[in-house]
Design a protein around this ligand. Structure first.
Ligand code: UD1
Ligand code: CA
Length: 488
């Protein structure tokens, strides 16, 4: 735990985000498996603040509900009208002081739309703030294009920070400055409350600017400083969906680099997408065009992809999963899945199970060494160990009203093109004939045959299709125009 634990973190997230052109509030858009505000809150949690308040406004019902789900300890404060960043912080601090929180200590302010900002950078800001004994420390950055940002104005004599001037209020000379305000600050809590009371609205936007607090504190004789971010790309805010895609690509790159440095082979980082919540073991391998989402886990020596999307799916050690879509599935060690396989929630494959091409599975448990190699649907089933399910089989689990379960034992051999009409049980070591519709339980060790008998009607083509190509071919093959029924 950090020695200088902040009293509070205030996250500004009340803005509308008009340029997203979305029915979803801006801070709820997602990259790498987490909302924008979720990334900010999780970075803030690295500082272990005593309190965390998110200022909500536009779409506040959705944002509040989302926060309740993802971080139950986060508080919210409502800013009904967006009268500026200073106003927003004031509302956040009032929410805390009204519930008896004393704001002695550091207050960190950050924005809900900067998902790339890391906990480590926030920690550096907080540490620099404490070490320098500042009243306020702004996280600044040197950017290639400072258009639109507040500029950091420094004293020409000693280089200390004197003020932040908003782009719209800046002179030509100030606009040339490339050091900008990231929108992230560390404040002395008490001095912040005091200074916010003095912020005015006589600026081009008629808003209470949080940035004015710097000048106010400096004029009152307090120390004002800046901590320059090591990588300016960390502080980019998202305003539209182009920036959303850029941020996603950057964060994904970071997530993949962590995975690679931890021993995962990523064959093509440019076509691989991994959520921040994915876990892995060394020597897992990911082939191109794959998406690893949610609580997915890759075991050691597992091979995933190409062309695979796994959501909340665990892949056992040494398993291979190729051209597959899986959601909420558990794939056992050394199992083989795909190509072209769909595993739906509740699928659990044991060790060395094979789920082959054009196989869909749902809510089913498949025992060790069992194979479902081709063109089958397995729904609501339990299959034992070392059984083989014939090609093109369907576990008929739905009667139009309710779902029912099928049980197949161990060491079974079921024929191709079987229908298992649930509820039904096939005992251990049983066989079923190809083309069977299994509606009754099959005792262990039996062969079940459930299909129509074949009849061959001799000479039918010569009689019914005389002169046709088929009749000519049959005649050349030497069949007689015999009228007997030669059914077996
Ligand atoms: C702000 C800073 C600017 C900085 C830039 C960094 C001020 C006055 N300016 O400018 O110096 O370079 O961020 O991105 O602080 N918000 C509220 N309530 C409000 C206003 C804003 O919650 O009343 C939130 C927004 O949702 C957003 C953040 O505060 O998350 C920043 O607001 P925005 O309007 O984007 O500020 P900028 O003009 O970009
Ligand atoms: Ca902004």
């Amino acid at each position: 735990m950090s020695a200088n634990r902040p009293a509070a973190v205030v996250v500004l997230a009340a803005g509308e985000g008009t340029r997203m052109k979305s029915a979803t509030p801006k801070v709820l858009h997602e990259i790498c498996g987490r909302s924008l505000v979720g990334h900010v809150v999780s970075a803030a949690r690295v500082l272990d603040p005593e309190h965390l308040v998110v200022i909500v406004g536009h779409g506040r019902e959705k944002v509040t509900a989302h926060l309740a789900e993802t971080d139950a300890d986060a508080r919210t404060a409502v800013q009904h009208e967006q009268n500026g960043t200073g106003h927003a912080v004031r509302i956040g601090l009032e929410e805390l002081t009204q519930s008896g929180v004393a704001l002695d200590g550091t207050v960190i302010v950050t924005c809900g739309d900067t998902p790339l900002l890391t906990g480590a950078t926030l920690q550096k800001l907080s540490d620099a703030h404490a070490q320098d004994g500042n009243a306020v420390t702004v996280l600044s950055a040197e950017v290639p294009d400072s258009t639109g940002y507040g500029r950091i104005v420094r004293d020409p004599a000693d280089g200390t920070v004197t003020a932040i001037v908003e782009h719209k209020d800046a002179t030509e000379a100030q606009r040339a400055v490339r050091e900008i305000n990231s929108g992230v600050f560390a404040f002395d809590g008490r001095l912040l409350v005091e200074a916010l009371g003095k912020v005015r609205t006589d600026n081009s936007q008629g808003e209470e600017y949080l940035t004015d607090v710097l000048g106010i504190l400096r004029e009152a004789g307090h120390r004002v400083g800046a901590a320059v971010a090591g990588d300016h790309r960390e502080i980019v805010g998202i305003n539209n969906r182009v920036q959303l895609a850029e941020a996603r690509r950057m964060l994904n790159q970071r997530v993949l680099e962590d995975a690679m440095l931890a021993g995962v082979t990523v064959v093509d980082p440019s076509s691989t997408w991994m959520d921040v919540s994915v876990t892995y073991e060394p020597d897992a391998m990911v082939h191109p065009n794959s998406q690893l989402l949610g609580a997915t886990h890759l075991g050691a020596y597992s091979e995933v992809g190409p062309g695979t999307r796994l959501t909340d799916t665990s892949v056992g050690e040494g398993a291979a999963v190729n051209n597959t879509v899986a959601v909420g599935a558990e794939i056992g060690p050394r199992a083989s899945v795909g190509p072209y396989t769909y595993l739906r929630p509740g699928t659990r494959l044991g060790e060395k199970v094979k789920a082959g091409s054009f196989v869909e599975m749902k809510n089913s448990e498949i025992g060790e060494g069992t194979k479902v190699p081709h063109l089958s649907y397995v729904g609501d089933a339990e299959i034992g160990e070392h059984s083989n399910i014939g090609a093109a089989s369907v576990f008929v689990n739905y009667d139009g009203m309710n779902k029912h379960r099928t049980t197949v034992g161990s060491h079974c051999r079921t024929g191709a093109d079987n229908m298992f009409v649930a509820p039904v049980t096939v005992g251990d070591g049983a066989y079923t004939a190809a083309g069977s519709v299994i509606t009754k339980d099959v005792p262990p060790g039996s062969l079940a045959v459930a299909r129509g008998q074949q009849r061959n009607i001799a000479g039918w083509v010569a009689r019914k299709r005389p002169g046709s190509r088929a009749a000519q071919a049959a005649e050349a093959a030497g069949t007689q125009g015999d009228k007997t029924d030669e059914s077996a």
